[in-house]
Structures are given as structure tokens and as C-alpha cells.
Design a protein around this ligand. Sequence first.
Ligand code: MN
Length: 394
Amino acid sequence: MTVIDIPAGSLFGVGNLPYGVFSTADASPRVGVRVGDSVVDLSVALGDPVFALPILNSFMAQGRARWIEVRQQVADLVTRDIADAAVHPIDAVTMHLPVGVADYVDFYASEHHATNLGRLFRPGTPPLMPNWKHLPVGYHGRSSTVVVSGTDIVRPCGQRKSPERDAPDFGPTRRLDIEAEMGFIVGVPSTMGESVSPDQFAEHVFGAVVVNDWSARDIQSWEYVPLGPFLGKSFATSISPWVVPMLALEAARVDTPVQDPKPLPYLRGEQRWGLDIDMAVEWNGHVVSRPPYAQMYWSPAQMLAHITINGAAASTGDLFASGTVSGPAVDQRGAFIEMSWGGAEPIAVGDESRTFLEDGDEILISATAPGADGARIGFGEVRGRILPATQALR
Ligand code: MN
């Protein structure tokens, strides 16, 4: 038997208890909870076969009462003696994609980001489109290319058209970028034909992860009119391996910015809350930006209400991401196209300078939030390295 040591100031104390899927040299992927620098194997510690599965979906579908019950069981467990066979050092495990991703939707909920991108993509016109303050703008992405942190990203090829040329050419993207975002994962499905109000969010949404929505800006700017992002986004989206339960984020709730004009009734809850999550973007080991999630215009509950307002069902494993998190300052922007102003103003990365990503570059995005009792809780990180393009040029 052992007692798990939780280092003072750990971002993974008993107020966090995020869920993930891990494997060891002699055990296939199963569900674990991170505590300090250890991973507790729930299939062993609680003996429930739902935790021997290689994704969280079946557990997430059991609903909020069960999420509360298991969270309490784990909190009790980790403060007492626990069987040695149930505890692994974090360095000895391999993390896997924690959920079977059903649908993937990406929003565009930062007013600073949407304004900056509007200026860059549509100079000379109002930066926000007329719909932007009336609904959370979003698009459906590609769930099958959502990958876990640590997965290398191959530079995509595609059609690129420079403003000086009449026709596009084909080749590796020259404007490979990131988008630092938070993502929310649905546990309990909704019924097709019915919508989920903002006040029902807590019954459906299980937890949150850090997201890097890799973006090829030259492919995107040529293809996106008039139906929106497609191949410039769908080659890869990375998520952090630990799903922080919404139950751990109650102390992180803050008011969203004032919404003017007032949204339509289906987008109004009794209380409109955002999350006070501090994010950090590291480029080859150097922090270049600290995006503030608290400033996001549209709340996660409004996003889910909007996804379902036409009667579309939300499913277990749905991932909806916030869109790039950007604050007002240059070093609070969550995408390099904004930080470098379309490539015109290079970004200092240690002793080097960059505009967009080069082969071999590595990006790490992390996030923390206030937890219960004054402690901070961590989301861990989402990491990815750029590999050279491999597609045949044709
Ligand atoms: Mn995005």
C-alpha cells in the first residue's frame, strides 16, 4: 500500500482530479486520474469495468450524479492508503486521446481575435461581420483528425494563391499557424429535435481541455469563401490529454464581458458565466503569449445552446472549442497571424525571430485556473512539433 505524495503547490491537487487515458509497458489503455505526479488507475482502484475501457465516453455518458459520486470516491481514495498496483509515476505512462471524439465544432468567440482577423482578411471593411454579436459564429471541423498532445504535425500541402498572382499553385503551406483555444467535451447527449438551454449546460458537459487548432493561413484565405474553413484546418487539431471536470472549475467562474446588443432569449441563461483560465503559448521553449480566457465574449453554455437550437443533437464525445483566445495586447494573442500582423511584424522567439511555423518548431500551450480553497489547478499541456511536408507535389 502507498500514500500518494502531492507536492506543495501542485496544479494537480485534490481540487483538480482530471481524467485521462493512459497505458504502461504491461497494461493497455485505460482510465486514470492525475494526482500530483502520479496517475491512479481507476480500473484497479475502483474495480469498475467502465474504467478499463480505452476512452472516457461510457463513463461520461453516465451523467452528472455519477460524475459527482466518482469524484468524491477518488478524493477519499487519494488521501488514504491505496494499492501499489493502482499507482503509476507520471513519467512511466503514455497518454492517449482521452475521448472518442464524436462531432467537432470550433467557434470564434474572442472579440479581439475576430476583430484582428477581420482586419487582416478583409481590409477596408468593418472587421466584425453583422452577425458576430448576435450569435456565436462557428464551423464543423474534422473529428477524425483530433489528436492527443505529443503527436507530430506534418506540414500540410494545398492550394495557395498569393495576391500578386492570378491563379493558385500547389505546395506546402508557407503560413502554418496555431490557435490557442479551450475545448469542452459533452458527456450526456441531448435528443434530436430538442435544444439545450444555457442553464442545462452542467447536466451535459463533462470537462475541458486545451486545444491547438493548427491552421494553414494561405490555404484558408483562398478556400474559405463562402462556406468557411475546410482543408486549412482539417489536417490536425491537438488536445491536451487530461480532461479537467467542469466540477473542478466552479471557482474559476467569472462574468463574461457585457454583451451588447442583448442576445436573443435562447442565448440568455439565468447567469452568464465565463472561465478565468490563464493560458500560455511556448514556441521552442520560449513563452511568447499569455491569452486570457476570461475575456471571451461568448460563454461555453451559450455555445452549446447555439449548437442545439436548431434541434441538432449533442452526442457523448462531442468536442466544441472556443476559437482562438486573444486579449487586447499583442502578447495576449493566441495566433501568430495576429501577433505578427499577417507576417509583417516578426515575433521574437528567444534569439530567433519568426512569423509563421518552421519545420522542427515545437509549440506547447498550457493553462491554469483558480481551484477550490485558493489552490490553482492545471490543465497540463498540449504539445506538437512540425514535420516537413510529405505529400507528393501534384
Ligand atoms: Mn480555431
